[in-house]
Design a protein. Structure first.
Length: 660
C-alpha cells in the first residue's frame, strides 16, 4: 500500500479499504513509518471561536462585485454554480427561466454565464462559451436552467442545458441537450438524445447521479404537466443511463421507475405520472446507492424511489414521504364553497363553516370522493433538500412546499423529515413548532417556497437552512440558523439575508475564504401596483458575502473519482464524507443538481467544525462498484484536502487551491 505524507497534515494515515458491502469495512492496515526522527510536523492552524452558533453577518456586495445596473446588470430567478474553466474558482449560471430564444446581438438577459475573476468580480462569457448555441450553430437557444456534471470523465465539467416545452409554449425547435466542456470555459453540443418520453418536454427538474455505480454519470429528469393544470397530461419522469461519451439510453422501465397514465384510479393509488416539480438524488438509507425523490405540484403524492443496487422500489407511501398526516380539509375554501352551493349534501357538509372567499365559479371545484382522497390532500411540493441536518450520521430531508391560506391545513407546509433509521423506520415529521421552522402570518397569507439550501453558514458544526420564497406579496427568503439544542431560529432580517421575492440561490464561496456566501435570484411574478415595496425594474440578483464563517474551523474537500469503469465518476457525485472531530460526527454527500428549475452549489465542499481543529478520522466512501473507503487519521482543519480515489490526498491552502 502506498503511504504519503503531505505537509499540512498533522498526522496522516491513508488506507484504501475494499468493501463488497458498503455497510462493512475492513480495518485499515498498519502504515509504514511516516517520518524520520529528525522531521518536524507543522503546527495545525486552529481557530478558537468558542461554542456556536455564531452571530451571522452577511454584507450585500452586489454593487462591489459588479452585478448592479452600473455594472453587468445581472438579473434572474434561478442560479447554479460550477467551475467551468478548472481554475479553482466557482462560476455562475443565472436564468430568468425563459422558454424562448435569446437575441445574442441585443440580449434581454434571459440567461447569463459569468466567469469568476478570482473573487474580485465576474466576466460575461455567455456568448463566447458556446453553451447557448442551437444545433444549427446559431447563438441564442432556449435555456430554462442548467445543471452540471462530468459525463465523459475527462475532468472537465459538462452542462445539461434545458429547454422547457409544454403545450402553451411556442416550439422553437430547441430541446434539452448536453453540452460537453473543454475545461477552458467553452462547450460543444453533444449528440442528440431525447430526454423526454413524448413530443413535449416540460422538464422542471433534473439531477446527475450514478445510479448503477459504473463510473459514468446518469441523468434523472422530472417532467411537469404537458398541458398546465390537467393531471391527465402529466408526463412520466425518466432515467437516462450515461454511456460515458455524451450519449444516453432511456432505462426508466427496466429500472422499475415507470409510472402509469393518470386516471382517477392510478392517482388514488399513487402510481400515476406526476406533474413533477423538483427531483433529488441522495443516499438516504446509507447503503451506498443514491435514491431518487420527486416532488409533485397540484397536491398529489410525492415519490420516493429506493435504489436496490441499480433498480428501484417505490416506498413513497410506506416511508411517509408522499405527504404529511394532516388530511383535515374542513377549512379548505373550495370544500366550503361546494357545501354552500350544494345544500342537499347532507352529512357530507355537516358543520361546514361559511367560506371566506367569493365562490363564483368554484361551486363544483371540489369533487366528493376524489378531492377528499389522501392522494389529493398533499402539497404543492417544490423540492427536497437532502443533508444530515441533525448530525446523527444519516441524511435527513427538508420538504419544500408552496402553501396558501385558502387551501387550509391539509396542504403540506415546508418542514423537516427526520431520518431515524430509514428504511426500517419511516421518516418522522416533528412539526414546525418543535423544530422552529416557523414564520409569521398575516391574513390572506401565502408561503411561496420554491427551493432551499442546506449548509453550515457560520461553520459551527450545525447545518443551517435557507428557504427561498417568492411570487406572492410579502414573501422573502428565510434563514433558519440551527441552535445548540437542534432547533432553528429565523434570523434573516438581522443577518442581511432577507431578499424579497427570492426564487433561487446557490451556496458559493465566491471569494475563497472558506465559508459559503449566497447568490440569490428573485422574481417579478404577481407584483401589483399596490405592493410595498413597489416592483423592481428587473428580478435583480443579490450577492451576499459571508463575514462570519471564516472565523471558525472547517474542513474543505475537493474529491475526484478515477473515472474508470470499476471506479467512481470524476466529479465523485454520490461520494460520502464522514468526519469524526471533537466528539462529533459530520456527514456530507456530494450531490448533483436538485430541486425545481435547478439548484446546484459550489463544488468545493465546506464542512464546519466549530471549535474542533483536528479530525480524529475522515472517511470517504466512493460511489464505485465495490464501495471503497479511503480513511485518513488525525487531519488538521482549515486546508483543502484534494482527495483522488486512487492517488490519495494532497493538501493546499485556500490560496494555493484557488491561485490569486
Amino acid at each position: 500500500m502506498k503511504i504519503a505524507l503531505f505537509c499540512s497534515l498533522s498526522v496522516f494515515i491513508l488506507s484504501i479499504v475494499a468493501c463488497g458491502n458498503a455497510d462493512k469495512e475492513t480495518p485499515p492496515q498498519d502504515s509504514d513509518e511516516l517520518l524520520s526522527d529528525g522531521d518536524a510536523l507543522p503546527a495545525p492552524v486552529c481557530l478558537t471561536p468558542g461554542d456556536g452558533p455564531y452571530p451571522l453577518v452577511f454584507t450585500d456586495v452586489t454593487d462591489e462585485i459588479g452585478f448592479s445596473e452600473e455594472g453587468l446588470v445581472v438579473a434572474g430567478s434561478t442560479i447554479t454554480t460550477a467551475d467551468i474553466n478548472n481554475d479553482g474558482w466557482p462560476d455562475l449560471y443565472i436564468s430568468k427561466g425563459g422558454k424562448t430564444r435569446e437575441n445574442s446581438e441585443l440580449p434581454t438577459g434571459l440567461y447569463r454565464l459569468l466567469l469568476n475573476n478570482k473573487g474580485t468580480g465576474f466576466t460575461e462569457v455567455t456568448w463566447t462559451s458556446g453553451l447557448f448555441k442551437t444545433r444549427e450553430g446559431e447563438e441564442g437557444r432556449v435555456s430554462s436552467f442548467v445543471i452540471w456534471g462530468d459525463v465523459n470523465n475527462d475532468g472537465f465539467v459538462d452542462a445539461f442545458n434545458t429547454a422547457y416545452l409544454d403545450s402553451d409554449t411556442e416550439d422553437t425547435g430547441d430541446r434539452s441537450s448536453l453540452f460537453l466542456g473543454k475545461g477552458d470555459g467553452t462547450f460543444t453540443i453533444a449528440p442528440h438524445h431525447q430526454f423526454f418520453a413524448v413530443y413535449l418536454d416540460p422538464l422542471a427538474g433534473a439531477s446527475f447521479l450514478d445510479y448503477d455505480r459504473d463510473g459514468k454519470l446518469d441523468l434523472f429528469a422530472g417532467h411537469h404537466y404537458g398541458t398546465y393544470g390537467y393531471p391527465e397530461n402529466a408526463e412520466m419522469d425518466t432515467l437516462h443511463r450515461g454511456g460515458g461519451n455524451g450519449k444516453f439510453t432511456n432505462v426508466t422501465k427496466e429500472t422499475g421507475l415507470a409510472t402509469l397514465k393518470p386516471t382517477e384510479e392510478t392517482i388514488k393509488a399513487g402510481t400515476n405520472h406526476k406533474p413533477t416539480w423538483g427531483v433529488t438524488a441522495c443516499d438516504v438509507d446509507g447503503d451506498g446507492w443514491q435514491d431518487l425523490m420527486t416532488t409533485t405540484y397540484g397536491r398529489g403524492f410525492n415519490m420516493f424511489w429506493r435504489n436496490m443496487g441499480g433498480t428501484f422500489e417505490d416506498l413513497s407511501l410506506s416511508s411517509k414521504f408522499a405527504e404529511d398526516e394532516n388530511l383535515d380539509y374542513a377549512d379548505d375554501q373550495w370544500f366550503l364553497c361546494y357545501c354552500k352551493s350544494h345544500t342537499d349534501a347532507g352529512d357530507y357538509c355537516a358543520d361546514a363553516a361559511n367560506p371566506s372567499i367569493t365562490c363564483t365559479g368554484l361551486e363544483d371545484a371540489w369533487e366528493p370522493g376524489y378531492s377528499d382522497h389522501p392522494a389529493r390532500l398533499g402539497g404543492n411540493s417544490s423540492g427536497t433538500v437532502c443533508a444530515d441536518i441533525d448530525n446523527d450520521g444519516d441524511l435527513d430531508l427538508l420538504g419544500v412546499e408552496l402553501a396558501h391560506w385558502h387551501i387550509g391545513q391539509a396542504s403540506d407546509k415546508t418542514e423537516l423529515l427526520r431520518n431515524d433509521g430509514f428504511p426500517a423506520k419511516p421518516f418522522t415529521r416533528p412539526g414546525r413548532e418543535a423544530t422552529g421552522i416557523l414564520r409569521t402570518h398575516i391574513s390572506g397569507w401565502n408561503e411561496g417556497d420554491l427551493g432551499a439550501l442546506a449548509g453550515d453558514l457560520d461553520n459551527d458544526g450545525r447545518i443551517d437552512l435557507y428557504v427561498l420564497s417568492s411570487d406572492y406579496p410579502g414573501t422573502y427568503a428565510l434563514l433558519y440558523q440551527q441552535q445548540d439544542d437542534g432547533t432553528f431560529k429565523e434570523v434573516g432580517k438581522d443577518t442581511g439575508t432577507r431578499v424579497i421575492r427570492s426564487h433561487g440561490a446557490t451556496l458559493i464561496d465566491y471569494d475563497r475564504d472558506g465559508d459559503y456566501d449566497l447568490v440569490v435570484g428573485s422574481s417579478l411574478m404577481r407584483w401589483s401596483a399596490t405592493d410595498i415595496p413597489p416592483a423592481p425594474t428587473q428580478p435583480w440578483v443579490k450577492v451576499l458575502r459571508n463575514d462570519t464563517g471564516q472565523n471558525a474551523n472547517r474542513f474543505l474537500f475537493s474529491l475526484e473519482g478515477s473515472g474508470k469503469s470499476d471506479g467512481a465518476n470524476r466529479m465523485a457525485i454520490g461520494a460520502r464524507i464522514t468526519i469524526k472531530a471533537g466528539g462529533k460526527t459530520f456527514v456530507h454527500e456530494v450531490q448533483g443538481g436538485y430541486g425545481l428549475f435547478g439548484f446546484q452549489n459550489d463544488p468545493l465542499v465546506i464542512i464546519g467544525a466549530g471549535d474542533a481543529c483536528i479530525a480524529e478520522e475522515i472517511k470517504v466512501r466512493w460511489p464505485n462498484k465495490t464501495g471503497n473507503i479511503s480513511i485518513f487519521k488525525d487531519v488538521s482543519a482549515n486546508q483543502v484536502l484534494k482527495i483522488h480515489e486512487e492517488n490519495g490526498v494532497t493538501t493546499q491552502t485556500l490560496e494555493e487551491f484557488a491561485a490569486r
